[in-house]
Design a protein around this ligand. Structure first.
Ligand code: HEC
Length: 150
Protein backbone atom coordinates (compact mmCIF):
# COMPACT_ATOMS: atom_id res chain seq x y z
CA UNK A 1 0.00 0.00 0.00
CA UNK A 2 1.45 3.36 -0.93
CA UNK A 3 1.37 6.48 1.18
CA UNK A 4 -1.55 7.94 -0.67
CA UNK A 5 -3.78 4.97 0.05
CA UNK A 6 -2.70 4.96 3.68
CA UNK A 7 -3.74 8.62 3.96
CA UNK A 8 -7.14 7.98 2.38
CA UNK A 9 -7.71 4.98 4.61
CA UNK A 10 -6.71 6.97 7.66
CA UNK A 11 -9.06 9.78 6.73
CA UNK A 12 -11.91 7.34 6.11
CA UNK A 13 -11.34 5.81 9.54
CA UNK A 14 -11.32 9.18 11.29
CA UNK A 15 -14.50 10.23 9.47
CA UNK A 16 -16.25 6.97 10.33
CA UNK A 17 -15.33 7.24 14.01
CA UNK A 18 -16.37 10.88 14.23
CA UNK A 19 -19.61 10.07 12.44
CA UNK A 20 -20.42 7.28 14.85
CA UNK A 21 -19.76 9.49 17.84
CA UNK A 22 -22.02 12.21 16.48
CA UNK A 23 -24.99 9.88 16.11
CA UNK A 24 -26.77 9.67 19.48
CA UNK A 25 -27.08 6.12 20.70
CA UNK A 26 -30.57 4.82 20.25
CA UNK A 27 -31.91 3.98 23.69
CA UNK A 28 -35.22 2.50 24.59
CA UNK A 29 -37.63 4.93 26.20
CA UNK A 30 -36.89 4.38 29.90
CA UNK A 31 -40.38 5.43 30.98
CA UNK A 32 -43.01 3.78 28.82
CA UNK A 33 -46.45 4.63 30.15
CA UNK A 34 -46.94 0.99 30.97
CA UNK A 35 -50.48 -0.19 31.44
CA UNK A 36 -50.66 -1.80 34.79
CA UNK A 37 -52.94 -4.56 33.57
CA UNK A 38 -53.33 -6.26 36.92
CA UNK A 39 -54.92 -3.27 38.60
CA UNK A 40 -56.22 -1.21 35.69
CA UNK A 41 -54.16 1.83 36.70
CA UNK A 42 -51.85 3.48 34.23
CA UNK A 43 -48.62 4.01 36.11
CA UNK A 44 -45.15 4.46 34.68
CA UNK A 45 -42.75 1.74 35.94
CA UNK A 46 -40.83 4.26 38.03
CA UNK A 47 -43.96 5.79 39.61
CA UNK A 48 -42.79 4.88 43.12
CA UNK A 49 -39.55 6.81 42.62
CA UNK A 50 -41.40 9.99 41.62
CA UNK A 51 -41.15 12.18 44.69
CA UNK A 52 -43.55 14.83 45.90
CA UNK A 53 -42.03 18.25 45.23
CA UNK A 54 -44.21 19.87 47.92
CA UNK A 55 -43.72 19.99 51.67
CA UNK A 56 -46.68 18.99 53.80
CA UNK A 57 -47.00 22.42 55.38
CA UNK A 58 -50.36 23.98 56.42
CA UNK A 59 -50.63 25.96 53.19
CA UNK A 60 -50.19 22.92 50.93
CA UNK A 61 -52.59 20.88 53.08
CA UNK A 62 -55.19 23.69 52.88
CA UNK A 63 -54.85 23.80 49.07
CA UNK A 64 -55.12 20.01 48.95
CA UNK A 65 -58.20 20.08 51.14
CA UNK A 66 -60.03 22.52 48.89
CA UNK A 67 -59.10 20.50 45.77
CA UNK A 68 -60.35 17.38 47.53
CA UNK A 69 -63.64 19.03 48.46
CA UNK A 70 -64.08 20.29 44.93
CA UNK A 71 -63.02 17.24 42.89
CA UNK A 72 -62.79 14.11 45.00
CA UNK A 73 -65.37 14.27 47.77
CA UNK A 74 -68.34 13.39 45.57
CA UNK A 75 -66.90 9.89 45.22
CA UNK A 76 -64.43 9.44 48.05
CA UNK A 77 -66.62 11.13 50.66
CA UNK A 78 -65.66 13.99 53.02
CA UNK A 79 -63.50 11.73 55.17
CA UNK A 80 -62.08 9.73 52.25
CA UNK A 81 -63.70 6.40 53.19
CA UNK A 82 -65.44 6.02 49.81
CA UNK A 83 -68.96 7.07 50.80
CA UNK A 84 -69.57 10.04 48.49
CA UNK A 85 -72.85 10.27 46.53
CA UNK A 86 -71.09 9.24 43.28
CA UNK A 87 -69.13 6.40 44.85
CA UNK A 88 -69.12 3.05 43.10
CA UNK A 89 -70.96 0.93 45.69
CA UNK A 90 -69.19 -2.24 44.54
CA UNK A 91 -65.74 -0.75 45.07
CA UNK A 92 -65.95 1.12 48.35
CA UNK A 93 -62.97 -0.78 49.77
CA UNK A 94 -60.77 0.19 46.84
CA UNK A 95 -61.84 3.79 47.26
CA UNK A 96 -61.09 3.97 50.95
CA UNK A 97 -58.21 6.41 51.17
CA UNK A 98 -58.04 6.05 54.96
CA UNK A 99 -57.17 2.36 54.87
CA UNK A 100 -53.61 2.14 56.17
CA UNK A 101 -53.16 -1.28 54.57
CA UNK A 102 -53.67 0.24 51.15
CA UNK A 103 -51.03 2.88 51.88
CA UNK A 104 -48.31 0.46 50.85
CA UNK A 105 -49.43 0.47 47.24
CA UNK A 106 -49.88 4.22 47.30
CA UNK A 107 -46.53 5.94 47.42
CA UNK A 108 -46.80 9.65 46.67
CA UNK A 109 -45.71 8.95 43.09
CA UNK A 110 -48.25 6.14 42.62
CA UNK A 111 -51.03 8.34 44.00
CA UNK A 112 -49.98 11.19 41.76
CA UNK A 113 -50.27 9.04 38.62
CA UNK A 114 -53.53 7.48 39.75
CA UNK A 115 -55.07 10.94 40.05
CA UNK A 116 -53.30 12.27 36.94
CA UNK A 117 -54.22 9.36 34.63
CA UNK A 118 -57.39 7.97 36.23
CA UNK A 119 -58.71 4.55 35.23
CA UNK A 120 -61.56 3.12 33.22
CA UNK A 121 -63.06 0.49 35.45
CA UNK A 122 -64.03 1.01 38.21
CA UNK A 123 -64.10 4.51 36.88
CA UNK A 124 -62.03 7.28 38.32
CA UNK A 125 -61.58 10.34 36.11
CA UNK A 126 -58.15 11.55 34.99
CA UNK A 127 -57.42 14.98 36.38
CA UNK A 128 -54.59 15.92 34.02
CA UNK A 129 -56.79 18.47 32.28
CA UNK A 130 -58.65 20.12 35.16
CA UNK A 131 -55.87 20.24 37.73
CA UNK A 132 -52.27 21.42 37.61
CA UNK A 133 -49.48 19.10 38.75
CA UNK A 134 -49.07 21.21 41.88
CA UNK A 135 -52.77 20.88 42.69
CA UNK A 136 -52.51 17.11 42.29
CA UNK A 137 -49.43 16.96 44.54
CA UNK A 138 -51.32 19.10 47.08
CA UNK A 139 -54.35 16.80 47.06
CA UNK A 140 -52.09 13.75 47.37
CA UNK A 141 -50.46 15.40 50.40
CA UNK A 142 -53.88 16.13 51.89
CA UNK A 143 -55.29 12.65 51.15
CA UNK A 144 -52.43 11.12 53.12
CA UNK A 145 -53.54 13.04 56.21
CA UNK A 146 -56.84 11.09 56.06
CA UNK A 147 -55.08 7.77 56.63
CA UNK A 148 -55.77 6.00 59.86
CA UNK A 149 -52.74 5.33 61.99
CA UNK A 150 -51.44 1.80 61.42
C1 HEC B 1 -66.13 9.50 39.85
C2 HEC B 1 -65.66 9.07 41.12
C3 HEC B 1 -64.25 9.45 41.57
C4 HEC B 1 -63.70 10.70 41.69
C5 HEC B 1 -64.32 12.04 41.34
C6 HEC B 1 -62.38 10.50 42.25
N1 HEC B 1 -62.12 9.17 42.44
FE1 HEC B 1 -60.45 8.38 43.24
N2 HEC B 1 -61.20 6.51 42.94
C7 HEC B 1 -62.45 6.22 42.42
C8 HEC B 1 -62.62 4.78 42.36
C9 HEC B 1 -63.85 4.05 41.84
C10 HEC B 1 -61.43 4.21 42.86
C11 HEC B 1 -61.11 2.74 43.06
C12 HEC B 1 -60.49 2.12 41.86
C13 HEC B 1 -59.99 0.73 42.17
O1 HEC B 1 -60.76 -0.22 42.08
O2 HEC B 1 -58.82 0.61 42.53
C14 HEC B 1 -60.56 5.33 43.21
C15 HEC B 1 -59.30 5.18 43.75
C16 HEC B 1 -58.48 6.23 44.13
C17 HEC B 1 -57.14 6.07 44.66
C18 HEC B 1 -56.40 4.75 44.84
C19 HEC B 1 -56.80 4.06 46.11
C20 HEC B 1 -56.02 2.78 46.29
O3 HEC B 1 -55.81 2.40 47.46
O4 HEC B 1 -55.63 2.17 45.30
C21 HEC B 1 -56.68 7.32 44.95
C22 HEC B 1 -55.31 7.66 45.56
C23 HEC B 1 -57.71 8.25 44.59
N3 HEC B 1 -58.79 7.55 44.08
C24 HEC B 1 -57.61 9.60 44.76
C25 HEC B 1 -58.54 10.50 44.26
C26 HEC B 1 -58.39 11.93 44.34
C27 HEC B 1 -57.24 12.64 45.05
C28 HEC B 1 -59.45 12.48 43.69
C29 HEC B 1 -59.74 13.93 43.43
C30 HEC B 1 -58.73 14.71 42.74
C31 HEC B 1 -60.30 11.38 43.23
N4 HEC B 1 -59.71 10.20 43.61
C32 HEC B 1 -61.51 11.54 42.56
C33 HEC B 1 -63.39 7.13 42.04
C34 HEC B 1 -63.24 8.50 42.02
Amino acid sequence: MNRRWMAILGLALVTATAGAAAVPSVEQDPKPAAQNAATGWQLPPDADETTNPLTADPKVIATGKSVFKDKCERCHGPGGVGDGPDADPDHRDDMDLTNAERAEGNSDGAMFYKVWNGRKKPKMPAFNKELTKDQVWAVVTYAKTLRKAQ
